[in-house]
Design a protein around this ligand. Structure first.
Ligand code: ATP
Length: 144
C-alpha cells in the first residue's frame, strides 16, 4: 500500500501557522509538499522548502495533478476563509486522502469540517493558549 508507506505530508495554506508547521515537519525529516494560491507566499517559502506549489486547493483536479492523492497525510492550514477551508477538505475527501487534518477557527467551522469528513480538527490558537496557561501555572507553583 503506497499510502501507508508514504512519509510525505502536504501542508495547504502557508500563513503563519501553515508555514511554521511545514518548516517543523521539514526539520523533522519529512518530505513536505506545500501549497498556497498566493504567488507571493509561494515565492517566499520556495527558498526554505523543497516542494512549494501554487494552486487553488478548492480545485480537486489541481490537487490531483500535484500528486496529493498519493500522499496519506494532508493538513489544511487555511484559517480565515471558512469557505476555502471546507471546500478544500471536500476536495481531499473526494480524492480519497486517508488522513485529513483541518484547522478550525470556530466551533461551527469545526462541526462542518467533521461533517464533510476531516479525521482530525485542530484549533491552534485555542490549544496554544491552553498549553501556555498550564505552563504559566506550573511555573508559578515552582516558585511558591
Ligand atoms: P495564519 O493565522 O496561519 O497566518 P490566516 O488565517 O491569517 O493564517 P488565511 O487567510 O487562513 O490566513 O490563509 C492562510 C494561507 O492560506 C494564506 O497564505 C493563503 O494564501 C492560503 N489560502 C487561502 N485560500 C487558499 C486556497 N483556496 N488555496 C490555496 N491556498 C489558500
Amino acid at each position: 500500500d503506497r499510502n501507508a508507506d508514504s512519509e510525505g505530508v502536504v501542508v495547504i495554506g502557508l500563513g503563519r501557522f501553515g508555514s511554521h508547521l511545514a518548516e517543523s515537519l521539514n526539520a523533522l525529516g519529512h518530505e513536505v509538499l506545500a501549497i498556497d494560491d498566493n504567488p507571493q507566499q509561494v515565492q517566499k517559502w520556495s527558498a526554505q522548502l523543497a516542494q512549494v506549489a501554487q494552486a487553488d486547493s478548492t480545485n480537486g483536479e489541481a490537487l490531483r495533478q500535484l500528486g496529493v492523492a498519493d500522499l496519506s497525510r494532508v493538513v489544511v492550514a487555511i484559517g480565515a476563509s471558512v469557505e476555502a477551508s471546507v471546500l478544500t477538505v471536500l476536495a481531499l475527501v473526494e480524492l480519497g486522502v486517508p488522513q485529513i487534518w483541518a484547522r478550525a477557527t470556530t466551533t461551527q467551522h469545526a462541526k462542518i469540517l467533521e461533517a464533510v469528513g476531516a479525521q482530525h480538527v485542530i484549533f491552534p490558537e485555542a490549544e496554544t493558549g491552553e498549553r501556555l496557561a498550564h505552563l504559566i501555572v506550573s511555573r508559578m507553583l515552582d516558585f511558591v
